[in-house]
Design a protein around this ligand. Structure first.
Ligand code: EPU
Length: 336
């Protein structure tokens, strides 16, 4: 079934909780609805934007166009071998419902990605990541509908061109396509990645932890550090962690010997949270927007933030990090 609303509030479709409106909002339940979606779109205004739960979006103003939302919600096991299982998941499934499904079946590969807000379709576009794992590690392919031609196309993992919080889909025109479903290959082998931060504590429990045990720990860590979207609006990390050249890093380390860092092949990744904290932003506000006390990479809506408050705060943070460290930090959040 398809539902179309006009002058629709997006308050529940952006995790900042901004009360912006869209001229039209179209949601659909199943793949059988897609021909009709294409037909209906012909008479609805452009631009178009397809969204998940809006956990990575900042609506800078009302959206004068049509927002699309998938409610295709199935998790189908396609087949399995002794070592792995293939699962096809509808784009509208809540990402964490899929993580809960995997953990309860003892399927491995996404336990570290537990409790990330958002939906499966958006997770495949954004290449969500946490605690040393990224969605791209388990995605086999992504099934996409091109809205102009009405044709389906399956992008293999390679064709998705995954990188840190990036994919080919971010280069396509927003609203020109929609993700129908995502194919995952999960492992049946109890092999977990406990190398990141507090997850190391699980190495001490005397056995290799199960997917459920890792999931519980990840949820505990996330709850202690990140704001609960239902209580305090935010879009998770507002900025990406910058990667600087080896030369630049050497220079920084001379001045800031304790600077946290992760060496990569192409440079050195510095936690933006550190840079922002060093600039004195922790807990600071701009109108109703504030830098989260427990994790300065996050901008929160204290309740009455406007999009302008968030934009102003973000750009002040960017300027001060640039002035102090000579490093450009870029939003992970997409400005609409
Ligand atoms: N740090 C500080 N001060 C703080 C907090 C952190 O200096 O108050 C420094 C510390 O050195 C710490 C480092 O930042 O070791 C990393 O912090 P954390 O482990 O919290 O991770 P992050 O780099 O800030 C990234 C992701 C998160 C993900 C975590 C865990 C990005 C943009 N963010 O944050 O993803 O949950 O790692 O893997 O890559 C998201 O994308 O919305 C998100 C929450």
């Amino acid at each position: 079934m398809i539902r179309i609303y006009d002058n629709y509030s997006l308050k529940h479709f952006n995790t900042f909780g901004l009360d912006v409106k869209s001229s039209f909002f179209l949601s659909y339940d199943s793949e059988d609805d897609l021909p009709d979606v294409i037909f209906k779109l012909k008479s609805l205004p452009e631009p178009r934007l397809h969204i998940g739960k809006g956990s990575n979006l900042l609506f800078t103003k009302d959206f004068n166009g049509t927002i699309l939302h998938s409610e295709i919600r199935y998790i189908h096991e396609l087949g399995s071998s002794a070592h792995s299982v293939d699962v096809r998941v509808g784009a509208g499934v809540l990402w964490d419902d899929f993580c809960a499904f995997a953990a309860s079946h003892e399927y491995y590969g996404i336990e570290n990605l537990s409790y990330i807000p958002g939906e499966v379709g958006a997770a495949a576009i954004q290449n969500i990541g946490a605690y040393g794992r990224e969605a791209s590690g388990v995605i086999q392919s992504v099934e996409v509908l091109d809205l102009a031609s009405g044709t389906f196309r399956t992008y293999s993992n390679r064709e998705c061109a995954y990188a840190y919080r990036n994919s080919i889909f971010k280069k396509l025109l927003p609203g020109s396509f929609l993700v129908v479903s995502v194919f995952f290959r999960l492992s049946k082998e109890r092999k977990v990645d406990l190398e990141y931060g507090q997850l190391k504590e699980l190495k001490e429990i005397g056995h290799v932890p199960s997917a459920e045990e890792v999931r519980s720990k990840v949820i505990e860590i996330r709850k202690s550090k990140l704001p609960e979207p239902s209580e305090l609006g935010s879009a998770g990390s507002f900025f990406m962690n910058p990667v600087v050249s080896f030369d630049k890093f050497k220079q920084l380390q001379e001045e800031y010997p304790d600077i946290p860092h992760y060496k990569l092949e192409n440079g050195v990744k510095i936690p933006a949270a550190y840079l922002i904290e060093q600039c004195g932003w922790k807990g600071k506000s701009c109108g109703g927007a504030a830098v989260y006390e427990k994790q300065p990479l996050i901008i929160v809506n204290k309740g009455n933030a406007t999009a302008d408050d968030i934009i102003t705060l973000a750009s002040c943070i960017q300027s001060s990090v640039n002035d102090k460290f000579g490093i450009e930090i870029n939003p992970e959040v997409n400005y609409i």
